[in-house]
Design a protein around this ligand. Structure first.
Ligand code: GFB
Length: 320
């Protein structure tokens, strides 16, 4: 029988959080600090462009991180992914290749690569198990991003097989929370709707437009729950399969609209715009593997939306 993997990380270990200023990275940073880690390293993209192999290698040679969490990526919602496939493919491939190669070269003890649930086939059996990877065609609106992330998984698996690196992958579902992008065109659906419905409520608009048909189903994970999952995986998991991180529960976009309308106090009409893409019809993860490791999500969608809305009110211009 396999022994459970148990690798407590010393609290003074040098941990590099790539992408520490982003939605996922900033939550991971907060969680590691709260757990007593004292030697965290993070650089903004203006200080270190991870698309540059020489700069990335120089950084590893100088800082010698012992642990690496790769939360650095070009990300965006359905429209940004659909309109800019070249950058979503190229930037993400370059960032992850440079990080994973440097981590191997400089003897990083453990690396966690973050992917996305969009790596799975568009019509994968639901809830989606990790084994579904590469069993069918991808959703076209985010195929470029997905292919980059699948290459990252393959790279990590190759490093494990060829060099014995103790590197692993996690596949989070759609994330949201404090620090998200609320850009009306480029962001993901949850922050986009917080902003749009908030603005409509404040202006007393009689109607708002929501993209697509409202029927696709999505799963949403509060980003602080992802952060806790990352530490659990680094300390308790060492295998080839990417591990799903989600809630295991999904809902139609129409129901998300209702929840957000309640949170921001919008009572007007909602008009659906089918000229905008729906994307994949359903995407909900099977989370039995990570729950067996002792992690589970703790933030309900209603609570997470309330916290995210509060963050939005404190940080984003309300004249939007
Ligand atoms: O979050 P989202 O952009 O990405 O969109 P995906 C989810 C659903 O929300 C789609 C609808 O069915 C959209 O039509 N939607 C409604 C909206 N109104 C809006 C709006 O104002 N903005 C946005 N963005 N959507 C992403 C991938 O797919 O999932 C990324 O594109 C990434 O690569 C992410 O993997 C996790 O869930 O469709």
């Amino acid at each position: 029988m396999n022994q459970p993997f148990h690798h407590p990380i010393p609290r003074d270990a040098t941990i590099y959080v790539a992408g520490h200023a982003g939605l996922a990275g900033s939550a991971i940073w907060r969680h590691l600090q709260a757990q007593g880690f004292t030697n965290l390293v993070g650089l903004r993209s203006a200080e270190l462009d991870l698309r540059d192999p020489v700069a990335t290698r120089d950084f590893f040679a100088q800082v010698r991180p012992q642990y690496v969490i790769d939360a650095a990526a070009r990300v965006g919602g359905i429209l940004a992914n659909d309109r800019e496939p070249a950058e979503f493919l190229s930037d993400n491939l370059r960032i992850q290749v440079n990080l994973i190669d440097a981590a191997r070269e400089f003897g990083v003890t453990r690396l966690l690569f973050l992917g996305s649930s969009c790596i799975y086939p568009r019509l994968a059996e639901q809830p989606i198990k990790e084994e579904s990877l590469l069993t069918g065609p991808l959703e076209p609106t985010n195929a470029a991003y997905a292919i980059a992330k699948i290459a990252g998984v393959a790279h990590v698996q190759a490093m494990r097989r060829q060099y014995g690196c103790s590197f692993i992958c996690a596949m989070p579902t759609n994330l949201y929370g404090p620090g998200d992008s609320f850009d009306p065109e480029r962001s993901h659906v949850l922050p986009a709707l917080i902003r749009r419905l908030h603005t409509a409520a404040r202006n007393g608009d009689p109607s708002v437009t929501v993209w697509g048909t409202g029927t696709p189903r999505r799963e949403f994970l509060y980003v602080d729950d992802l952060a806790a999952a990352c530490l659990v995986l680094l300390e308790r998991y060492d295998g080839d399969l990417p591990i799903n991180v989600g809630t295991g529960k999904d809902l139609p976009i129409r129901d998300l609209v209702s929840l957000i309308s309640d949170a921001v106090g919008y009572a007007g009409e909602v008009i659906y715009d089918p000229s905008k893409p729906d994307g994949t019809p359903r995407k909900v993860l099977d989370i039995s593997r990570i729950t067996a490791l002792g992690w589970k999500p703790t933030t309900s969608l209603r609570e997470g939306i309330a916290r995210t809305y509060s963050w939005f009110l404190d940080h984003c211009p309300t004249r939007a």
